[in-house]
Design a protein around this ligand. Structure first.
Ligand SMILES: Nc1nc2c(ncn2[C@@H]2O[C@H](COP(=O)(O)OP(=O)(O)OP(=O)(O)O)[C@@H](O)[C@H]2O)c(=O)[nH]1
Length: 398
């Protein structure tokens, strides 16, 4: 059996399938789902994030279509297909706390312990840019990656991609942009190997001379000497060498099931890479974000305290209260008389002013502490609200 046989207490690996429309994502999802169901491990936890798909040939545990009606979104917001997919994802990402609540309950170790799924598998819309380049896609990906080791499977239509060198290079550049955008470990899955083997694609990736030879042959066949494409493709093949080294490459046929074992081996390797390289980076970024948040909180409290100082100055209240300030000319005269009295022999307590200052300071510090606590409580109650909504969804799903 593949690496999917792990039934331990370790959290499952999230496998996110991305790929161009028609590359075979849904068929691939169906194949890996069937594979995991037939293996000794627990069945996978399945998410469908494609709001526009009519029907999926597998059962999903969480399906975006259960909460968002794509056609309704199109009508209501007067949108085209891509705009409606993006808006559906945006609407869904507002429920991310609930989704993560469910995932964490089902897929993270609990007391008493229960068997965990070995993988969380996720299908995404065929319009990759809508998912990868949108804020909602980013929220969904980073939330998953913050709780589970997460791996991207970039599905490629092998026969179409290896038709010529420029299509191949375009697809590789697309993969590179996703890799750099998401910063997650990636597996290139050359699909449909029952139609055409992945061998040529792997040769072009591993040996740039072979790729350049293919570029030359294409140029000769098309008698296009002097164009800019050849030199451009040649230089890019050199530049991309480093990028290719970071990827795992597998050939599969979602139709026949060929290569699926190799795919799960690659997932296991990438999981290790995630733990080693990506997780520390994610944690560093999270700590940075926390730090920034607490700095902003401090700044807000300080600003509020300053505002209060200014307003009490203006009103002459609190620390700035002037008890004997004269309001009329006759009062002023009385005050002058009082001053004269003091100068001529009235006793002044030298500690009086200091005590008042201390009392004011203590009051302001207490106030500051209360504001800080209130700001902290604010975020805590927001997460409590999210948790209770998640409970509601869980309840209604049973
Ligand atoms: N021969 C062959 N055909 C495949 C394979 N995988 C998928 N297909 C076919 O490719 C076509 C597209 O497959 P889908 O799984 O719908 O592709 P998709 O990427 O989900 O497409 P979108 O939903 O538009 O994003 C279908 O006709 C599949 O039958 C494969 O391994 N071999």
């Amino acid at each position: 059996m593949a690496s999917s046989t792990s039934t331990s207490e370790r959290p499952p690996t999230a496998v996110i399938c991305v790929g161009m429309a028609g590359s075979g994502k849904t068929t691939f999802m169906q194949r890996i789902n069937a594979h995991l169901h037939s293996s000794e491990s627990q069945p996978p936890y399945v998410l469908n994030l494609d709001p526009a798909v009519r029907s999926v040939p597998y059962d999903s545990n969480i399906d975006i279509r259960d909460s968002i009606r794509y056609k309704e979104v199109m009508k209501q917001y007067n949108l085209g297909p891509n705009g409606a997919i993006l808006t559906s994802l945006n609407l869904f990402s507002t429920k991310i706390d609930q989704v993560m609540g469910i995932l964490e309950k089902r897929c993270l170790p609990q007391t008493p312990p229960k068997p965990l799924p070995s993988h969380i598998i996720v299908d995404t819309p065929g319009q990759i840019e809508v998912f990868v380049w949108s804020a909602s896609g980013n929220i969904l990906l980073s939330s998953l990656a913050s709780s589970f080791p997460t791996v991207l499977a970039y599905i490629i239509d092998t026969p179409r991609t290896t038709e010529n060198t420029s299509t191949f290079m375009s697809n590789m550049l697309y993969a590179i942009s996703i890799l750099y955008k998401t910063k997650l470990p990636m597996i290139l899955v050359f699909n449909k190997t029952d139609v055409k083997s992945e061998e040529q694609a792997v040769d072009w990736m591993r040996d740039f001379e072979k790729f350049q030879e293919a570029v030359r042959e294409e140029e000769e066949e098309e008698r296009e000497g002097g164009g800019y494409m050849g030199p451009l493709l040649n230089s890019m093949s050199l530049v991309l060498e480093e990028f290719y080294n970071h990827l795992s490459v597998v050939g599969v046929s979602s139709m026949t099931g060929d290569g699926i074992e190799d795919f799960f081996k690659a997932v296991e390797d990438k999981r290790t890479e995630f733990e080693k390289d990506y997780k520390p980076e994610l944690e560093r970024r999270r700590a940075e974000a926390e730090d920034q948040k607490s700095q902003i909180r401090d700044q807000e409290v300080n600003r509020m305290m300053k505002d209060m100082e200014v307003s009490s100055k203006a009103k002459g209240t609190g620390k700035y209260a002037k008890k004997d300030e004269p309001e009329t000319v006759s009062d002023m005269e009385d005050a002058e008389d009082d001053e004269d009295d003091e100068e001529s022999g009235g006793l002044v307590d030298p500690d009086g002013a200091d005590e008042e200052e201390e009392a004011n300071q203590a009051f302001e510090e207490g106030l500051k502490a209360r504001y800080e606590a209130a700001l902290r409580d604010g975020s805590a109650s927001a997460s409590a609200k999210a948790a209770s909504s998640a409970n509601y969804i869980r309840g209604s799903q049973r």
